[in-house]
Design a protein around this ligand. Structure first.
Ligand SMILES: Cc1ncc(COP(=O)(O)O)c(C=O)c1O
Length: 427
């Protein structure tokens, strides 16, 4: 890339068709927020909408709002909006619970389905990446213990070998996070799903860092199950409901998922003592949904779906790649000699919407010093400075300014100050 200047970045902003989408957000003035991969920015619409749910729907209409305001159907209604972003059809996605709980439900069903077909009990292995997000591994570990499976953790480069030969014969479920939380590496979903199916196994995809960040085509990839977060790129707010998707072929018959609560019952308001699963993905609901949280998530989704009129996720992806490419180039151009290495793949096909830098010394403190200067990224052990690029809220000049601040933090050595080394509970 030819040497870039701040003016080049300003020209990119002037030509950016997605630029108006930034106005949908209540961004603190002067802040460069590179952490939308961890907690999305507050949409302007959210506070008013949540206020309305609280004051009018709850305050005035009280219990009637379950019907009148449609609270009861919100998990499906919001799920239908998510479906548009992940290559699923209406009625196939629900917004509910947390990602961890949703994984528990879908992985249980996947294991039970393999077990039912595997009469000689040869498929008893769940394969995942050693470096997968820990909650996924903890849930898989627990289910493996409960149901007599082995959780086999492998390095990224060893996944393909697990899908053929003897390993493939033992494989029950391949559990992967599409875009890696720490490195930003993206797996080839279609290829790995096809290989796992050829081995006779099922595939569960965690879309926490994909939904709203990169185009996802679950149906096109013929995936089996997917889960993901509402509070990252979907801008649903802290602790927003997560989502889950199940391929319709796994819903042909009523499904017993392990958390068989009344909201997943075929007729919850008949109050019968026996459980009868609802048809379709609704069976994956468990307890009472939060209309307040779902209203906030709905507002977040609207900010992402607003891109549909401007080319949709393909345009979001193009801007995201342009931004990550620019950031990588600027770090190389301006911060050379400061001990930073790029952990995110140079190959765009393997890159999500974040860039992770590694530094042997001081990575945590450098992130804190940047935050003090109004550039918010985050730190992930060991030694990773993580920067998320959310095309809806960011400008190309923000990328320039972030690198300028990074350079100043490194050149001044201010990150060595004691105040930047104090560890908070959340990094
Ligand atoms: C890949 C991945 N899965 C799951 C989670 C968290 O899930 P939960 O909604 O259960 O907190 C995260 C959180 O950062 C994540 O990065």
């Amino acid at each position: 890339m030819a040497a870039v200047t701040r003016d080049t970045c300003a020209a990119l902003d002037a030509a950016d068709a997605l630029a108006p989408l930034r106005e949908q957000f209540d961004l603190p003035p002067g802040l460069i927020y590179l952490d939308g991969n961890s907690l999305g920015v507050l949409p302007c619409a959210t506070a008013g909408r949540v206020q309305d749910v609280i004051r009018r729907e709850w305050g005035q209409d009280l219990i009637q709002s379950w019907n009148k305001a449609g609270w009861i159907d919100a998990p499906q209604r919001v799920g239908d909006k998510i479906a548009r972003l992940i290559g699923a059809a209406p009625g196939e996605v629900i917004a509910t619970d947390s990602t961890s709980v949703n994984l528990y439900k879908v992985l249980s069903v996947a294991l039970a389905s393999v077990q039912a077909a595997d009469t000689d009990a040869r498929r008893r292995v769940i394969v995942s990446e050693r470096d997968n997000f820990p909650t996924d591994l903890y849930i898989a570990e627990s289910l493996a213990r409960q149901h007599g499976f082995t959780l086999r953790l492998v390095e990224t480069g060893e996944i393909a070998a697990q899908l053929t030969g003897t390993a493939g014969d033992e494989l029950a479920v391949l559990l992967l996070t599409h875009v890696h939380y720490r490195t930003g590496r993206m797996h080839p979903m279609a290829e790995l799903t096809a290989a796992a199916h050829a081995a006779g196994a099922l595939v569960v995809w965690d879309l926490a860092h994909s939904a709203g960040a990169v185009p996802v085509d679950l149906k096109g990839c013929d995936a089996d199950f997917a889960i993901g977060c509402g509070y990252k790129y979907l801008n649903g707010g802290p602790g927003a409901p997560a989502f889950l998707w199940v391929h319709p072929r796994h819903l042909a018959q009523a499904v017993w998922q392990p958390l068989s609560g009344w909201m997943g019952h075929a007729a919850p308001f008949e109050f019968t003592p026996g459980y009868r699963p609802a048809a379709g993905v609704k069976a994956f609901l468990c307890g009472t949904p939060s209309p307040i949280a779902l209203a906030a998530l709905d507002c977040g989704l609207d900010t992402v779906l607003a891109a549909e009129a401007l080319g949709g996720m393909a345009s979001v992806r193009a801007k995201s790649l342009a931004m990550t490419e620019l950031f990588i180039a600027l770090v190389a151009q301006r911060c050379a000699g400061h001990g930073l290495s790029v952990q995110t793949p140079a190959d765009q096909a393997l890159r999500g919407s974040q860039v992770s830098l590694h530094r042997e010394e001081g990575a945590y403190a450098i992130v804190q010093a940047l935050i003090a200067r109004g550039v918010v990224g985050d730190y992930r052990a060991p030694g990773i400075l993580r920067f998320g690029f959310t095309p809806l809220t960011l400008r190309f000049v923000d990328v320039w300014d972030a690198v300028e601040q990074l350079l100043q933090v490194l050149e001044s050595g201010e990150w060595r100050e004691a105040r930047f080394h104090q560890r908070a509970a959340v990094t």
